[in-house]
Design a protein around this ligand. Structure first.
Ligand code: HEC
Length: 118
């Protein structure tokens, strides 16, 4: 009987771990780590990501992109987005985005979320 509280607590700990570190929620990550700069409409902080998936890289007329990003050719495929978000500085040296997502599951979740921005 005296062990019941401990068993209860360790059960709680097991439940808490996945929600703390292992569950990549794209909408939540976007809200916390992207939305300051990426609103529905482009701002001085960043271009709009509405429709970004499949769009030509650095192609919005209402945002003043760096030459580094404008020099990239092609469209934002999942692979391009993954490479950019893993390390913007490696993807396009000299570009102006200061944020990155080092964890692959976080990138996959955010890329899936970006596709819902239409
Ligand atoms: C502090 C501001 C800031 C944050 C935070 C930020 N970005 Fe950016 N992002 C930018 C800027 C500025 C650019 C344009 C960079 C350039 O022109 O060199 C950009 C460009 C992009 C582009 C290319 C858009 C296009 O039209 O080609 C994508 C995709 C993108 N960001 C995704 C993200 C995601 C996903 C996150 C969250 C993990 C994020 N960004 C967080 C500022 C930010």
């Amino acid at each position: 009987m005296t062990r019941t509280p401990l068993a209860f607590l360790s059960g709680l700990a097991l439940l808490a771990v996945p929600s703390l570190g292992h569950c990549a929620d794209g909408a939540k990550i976007y809200m916390l780590q992207c939305k300051t700069c990426h609103q529905a409409k482009s701002t001085l902080m960043g271009p709009s990501l509405t429709g970004a998936s499949g769009r030509k890289i650095a192609s919005l007329a209402d945002f003043n992109y760096s030459n580094a990003l404008k020099a990239k050719t092609g469209v934002w495929t999942d692979a391009q987005l993954d490479a950019f978000l893993a390390s913007p500085a490696k993807f396009a040296p000299g570009n102006r985005m200061p944020a990155a997502l080092p964890r692959a599951p976080d990138r996959a979740a955010v890329i899936a979320y970006i596709k819902t921005l239409k």
